[in-house]
Structure formats: C-alpha cells, structure tokens
Design a protein around this ligand. Structure first.
Ligand SMILES: Cc1ncc(COP(=O)(O)O)c(C=O)c1O
Length: 473
C-alpha cells in the first residue's frame, strides 16, 4: 500500500506524524501508527484526538476506518472515548521508556531534603502567579509585532525605563535608561564583564570578599580571572587592604553570606580608592530590598555612578527561574557590554522583559516585595525566637536583612553539625563553604540558614528540626 502521512500540529497542539504503512490494510496501519505514537510518548495522556471526519479527510481514508481504529484502541486501553469530549489518549497509557521522542531511561530522582534551609532561594510557593500573569497578558496585548523579532541587546526600553525609575526610588540608584543593560541575572552580568561571553570589558585580577559565593568565583576562574580575597569583619570588606587590583566585587547592602552592611566610612573609602586608581567597584545588589528593622541601605552606586557597576536581578525578589537582571553601568562601559552581548538579544526573553516592565510600573513589584518583606521578617523573628528558647547558647547574626541568617557555632563543631543536620533531613550550608581558598582569614564556625526556602506551612517543622540538630551547650 502507498504511504501517507499528515502533520496534526494544528489540531492536536502536538507535532504528530502518522505514517500509514505496512501490511494489513489502512485500518491496521492506522491502529499501528496511533498505538506507536501513544507508546512512544508522542501523544501524551489526555491529548484529544481529532474527530473521525477530519482525520479521515486528512489521511484520505474512509470515516469508518478511523472510527474502527479508535474503537480498537479504546478496547485495548490506549484511548478513552467519552460522550461529549471525543476520543482522548488514556491517562494510564504509559509511554514506553526510551522510545523515540521520549527521554531515554532516567536515573531515579534523588529525593530532596525534608527541610531545605539552604540559602539562595525565595519561597517558591509565593511566586505572584496571578499578578505576573496579568502583567504578561497586558504586555502581550500591547506589544507591537517587532517584539517578536530579534531583540535589542540593551533590553526593551520599557523595562529600562521602569528599572531606572524603580531603582532610583527604592535603591537610590542614579542612572538613565540608556545606562542600563538588561541581562539574565547577576551571573550573566559577571560573564559579560569578564569575557565569559564576548570580549572582556574588565580584566582581572579582581578583588572579592574573602567569604562569598563559590559559584561566582568558579565562574570567574573559568573566564581566566584571578580573584584576590579581601578580608571582612563585622563592618564588611576591609577595603583599606585593597591591593594593586583595579576592580573589586562587593555586596555592600548585605555582605554575603555573613550579613552586615558595608560601614559608611568604608563605602566612602572604596569610592575614593576607585577614583584614585582609575578602578571600578562591582556592586552585587542581590537582596537590597529586604531590610527589616530600618530603611534599606541605599546602593553604593549613588556615591559615584561613574565608578560603580551595579548588578541586580529578580532572583531573590521574585524567583531565580525568571532569569532577568540588570546592569547599571558607567557611561564608558555601555558600548563594550553591548558589544559583548552581541547584535541581538540572545539571553533574556523579550516578552518576559515586557512583563517585568509592566509588573514594575503597575506597582505589582512593590506590592510583592512589601508582602515578602513582611513574610520573611516574620520568619526571621520566628527563627530568632526559636533559637532563644531551644538553643540560647547559639548566637544568631546577620539578620537585619536578606533571606538568610548566620548561626555562630562553638569552634570545631561546624562540620559535624552540618553532617548531623543532613542525617536528620535538613539541608543547610556551613560557613566554610563560602571561604575563598586563598584567604588567610577564618571566620568563626557557623551555619548559613536560609529561612525563605521552605513554604509557609513547612517552616515551623523546619525550625524545630534545626533546633534539634544544633550542638548542645
Ligand atoms: C551573593 C549573590 N549574588 C547574586 C545572586 C543572584 O544571582 P542570579 O541573578 O545570577 O540568579 C545570588 C543568588 O540569588 C546571590 O546569592
């Protein structure tokens, strides 16, 4: 018999090719083709099949042939037929693992920890789905067609305008929309600056805080940039010890991970250093909005917009899955960063950019941040209260801001405490994991406890488990 095939993308919402070939006539060939499509996972459980008449017309077979084939597959359990809802792929029709179109056999998924107290992630259950959806809908409704063509590497002007206004209001940033380059987060910004993507805008060595995110150090090392550790104390980085480097990366609003803001004198001093050396300060403004007891510490960038590159993202305020961030640049770097990005927007989804622009300018971002600030402040208070009651010997620090706290432990107990916690199903990090491998300084033993990650209902149990895992006095 002759082969015939048809593409049902439009009707099924899935790209499905049915090939009617082989022995036994068209009815048998159609049954085989549909069975294979279900078994192979190309037709997912719940997918609605086209009505007899249209499938028959497209395949050039009789309507009864399709009706018979469907009836046979219903009888075999591959399909279900319900009055009024047509013919659907049966829910329990398990795709054959490893068949064409399905992923090959997956290794079993590791079960996650019972209590996730790792720093880094906001409460994923609090993502503002309805408000984001409303922004997305409005943005798409108003978007001109050009939005769906190649994007501008600077990012959509709507977003850059919204960010310039928001960052000035909420973070004290002094900038203009044409000094902002949209990126897909802080890590992307670092790569753009140091040659991980395109030509390097800045060269190493780069001074970094002696305690920081190892992921960022590794990313820099992969781009061939040497990082030089700068000691920190309770006032943040000791910027007076900056050496011969021409660039320094700081977390001025909330030292990561130890938790204090950079002291006012040091803020001024590091700007003086940058001016004197012709250098630049990279400001990682990763959770600047979340300050609980007083007004947020403004961005260092406001002290000298020509000496500071501020990079921020929505990873803490909204979700790290959104992958949108911004670089606020001194004028002299804008061209080089855009050149590193390339001629088109290759990283940050343009519809998402428009959605974020709407989200910010409609006030939804402020409302979300305010709501989350209250939620995280209450979690912070519950953590402090739980420790005061159940582990009063454990000092908690770095809690004025952010989404994590540092618990000070007796010397020598950090590794065993992290291990004991893991045994009890609690995931958290010890301070040592954040230490620059070349630093001379050693902070006290401690735990970095992310209190934003568990969902609201799971937080009480996580706190109880944490208190139970701490070393006795
Ligand atoms: C210290 C620090 N900087 C920056 C970020 C943000 O990174 P990104 O924007 O690449 O998600 C994080 C994590 O959210 C962080 O912990």
């Amino acid at each position: 018999m002759t082969d015939s095939w048809v593409n049902y993308a439009e009707r099924l919402g899935a790209d499905l090719h049915l090939e009617l070939s082989g022995p036994g006539g068209r009815r048998a060939a159609l049954i085989r083709a549909l069975r294979e499509a279900v078994r192979g996972g190309r037709l997912a459980p719940g997918t609605r099949l086209p009505p007899y008449r249209s499938l028959a017309a497209d395949l050039g077979v009789a309507r009864n042939t399709v009706a018979d084939a469907y009836a046979e597959l219903v009888a075999e359990g591959w399909l279900t037929a319900r009055q009024g809802s047509g013919t659907l792929v049966a829910e329990r029709a398990e795709p054959l693992r490893g068949a064409i179109g399905t992923p090959a056999k997956q290794p079993p998924r590791a079960r996650g920890p019972r209590h996730d107290l790792r720093q880094g992630t906001p409460d994923a259950s609090a993502f503002p789905r309805a408000a984001w959806l409303a922004s997305y809908r409005r943005a798409l409704q108003q978007a001109p067609n050009e939005v769906f063509g190649p994007g501008d590497p600077a990012g959509r002007v709507e977003l850059r305008e919204a960010l310039a206004e928001y960052l000035a209001r909420a973070r004290g940033v002094r900038t203009e929309p044409d000094r902002i380059v949209v990126c897909s987060g802080f890590a992307h910004g670092l790569r753009l600056l140091f040659g991980g993507i395109g030509a390097a805008v800045l060269r190493g060595p780069l001074a970094v805080e002696a305690y920081g995110l190892s992921f960022h150090r590794e990313l820099l090392a992969a781009a061939g940039v040497r990082t030089v550790p700068l000691p920190i104390d309770e006032h943040g980085a000791r910027v007076s010890e900056l050496g011969r480097e021409r660039a320094v990366l700081l977390t001025p609003a909330h030292q990561f991970p130890t938790g204090g803001p950079l002291h006012a004198e040091r803020r001024a001093a590091v700007i003086d250093w940058a001016r004197a050396r012709g250098g630049v300060v990279l400001e990682d403004d990763y959770d600047g909005e979340f300050r609980y007891d007083r007004k947020p510490v403004g961005a260092l960038q406001s002290l000298d917009p020509e000496r500071v590159i501020l990079i921020g993202s929505v990873s803490k305020s909204l979700s790290p899955a959104v992958r949108l961030g911004w670089m606020v640049l001194p004028e002299r770097y804008v061209g080089d960063v855009l050149a590193a990005k390339g001629e088109r927007e290759a990283w940050a989804s343009v519809p998402d950019q428009l959605s974020l622009a709407d989200f910010i300018s409609s006030g939804a971002y402020d409302r979300h941040v305010r709501r989350m600030r209250q939620r995280y402040r209450s979690r912070r208070d519950r953590l402090v209260a739980a420790l005061a009651t159940h582990a009063p010997h454990v000092e908690v620090t770095g809690v004025a801001a952010g989404l994590h706290a540092v618990l000070r432990l007796p010397p020598g107990t950090e590794p065993s405490t992290v291990k004991a916690a893991a045994w009890q199903g609690i995931a958290l990090d010890g301070l040592a994991g954040f230490r620059h491998p070349e630093t001379d300084m050693t902070a006290h033993d401690g735990l970095v406890v992310g209190y934003a990650t568990p969902s609201e209902h799971a937080y009480g149990a996580a706190l109880e488990a944490l208190c139970g895992a701490l070393p006795p006095e």
